[in-house]
Design a protein around this ligand. Structure first.
Ligand SMILES: Nc1ncnc2c1ncn2[C@@H]1O[C@H](COP(=O)(O)OP(=O)(O)OP(=O)(O)O)[C@@H](O)[C@H]1O
Ligand SMILES: [Mg+2]
Length: 250
């Protein structure tokens, strides 16, 4: 079954025509412990099951580190030989154009969802090994409606044949419904939680909201952790990563 699925993906890949390429300039400083934690996150996702292809990354509040983690995870998975699509579904506040210093005009998701361009026009290859990207596109007045339409579901379903993983960046759950809508068409969700900013009840509420939307919550990432000795039972400054893992500050 899994073999059949992989072979369908391989056929679909061969049909993919050469697409325009963008160069992503990653300004984040290398950090050994952060990279190690990413590898563990990648491994945990792989163990979540072969049926998990499309995964959304969200958080309760803004600024908890979603865009950062989703893009670094895409890079890490690509390096490990997985064919990855990084899909920016945060149509309200696109992160990647500025973050990766993308030059020139690129077409994005909002233009595809509003029928202005075709899928092939929004798919870009990148300088990251095995990673393609779809940018969010210009800010649209009705992001929730666009994501709720059939085109988004078809897009994710169609691209699931071509990629091992589709990693989807979304807005925070507390302010808008977009992530829950995306959750309805994804195989799984990861909740990023900034250490010290989200209460237990809020995290539970957001988890329940995701599950209600039909999402399987794969786990949570505790981000921006001040790893003081003793606070967590860590053996070093940055600590370990587990299913409900944690990231040190970089
Ligand atoms: N582990 C970390 N340690 C230190 N700073 C971090 C860490 N993760 C993210 N940041 C910083 O926090 C800020 C917010 O990160 P990011 O944009 O990824 O968050 P976000 O959840 O996508 O935000 P938004 O809700 O606005 O989309 C950025 O300046 C980023 O560099
Ligand atoms: Mg973001």
């Amino acid at each position: 079954m899994e073999q059949e699925r992989r072979s369908q993906r391989s056929d679909a890949r061969q049909q993919t025509r050469v697409r325009p390429s963008v160069t992503m300039v990653d300004q984040r400083k290398e950090n050994y412990h952060y990279e190690e934690a990413l590898k563990t996150l990648r491994t945990n996702i792989q163990f979540a099951g072969a049926e998990i292809t499309s995964i959304l990354v969200t958080s309760c509040y803004p600024n908890e580190g979603k865009s950062d983690i989703v893009s670094q995870l895409a890079k890490e998975m690509g390096k490990a030989g997985k064919k990855v699509l990084l899909l920016d579904a945060d149509i309200r506040k696109s992160a990647f154009i500025q973050r990766f210093q993308i030059e020139g005009e690129v077409k994005g998701l909002s233009q595809y969802l509003s029928g202005q361009v075709a899928v092939r026009d929004i798919l870009y290859t990148t300088n990251y090994e095995n990673v393609d990207i779809i940018f969010a596109g210009p800010v649209a007045p009705n992001p929730s409606e666009l994501l709720e339409g059939k085109l988004f579901a078809h897009l994710v379903e169609g691209l699931s044949q071509r990629y091992d993983y589709i990693l989807i960046d979304t807005p925070p759950m507390a302010s808008v419904i977009d992530a829950a809508i995306v959750g309805g068409v994804c195989d799984g969700a990861i909740l990023v939680i900034e250490d010290g900013t989200v209460g237990y009840r809020t995290a539970q509420k957001v988890k329940a909201q995701l599950e209600k939307s039909g999402s399987r919550v794969l786990g949570a990432v505790l981000n921006k952790v001040e790893m003081k000795k003793g606070k967590y039972y860590s053996y070093d400054k940055y600590g370990k990563y587990s299913k409900y893992g944690r990231y040190g500050k970089y």
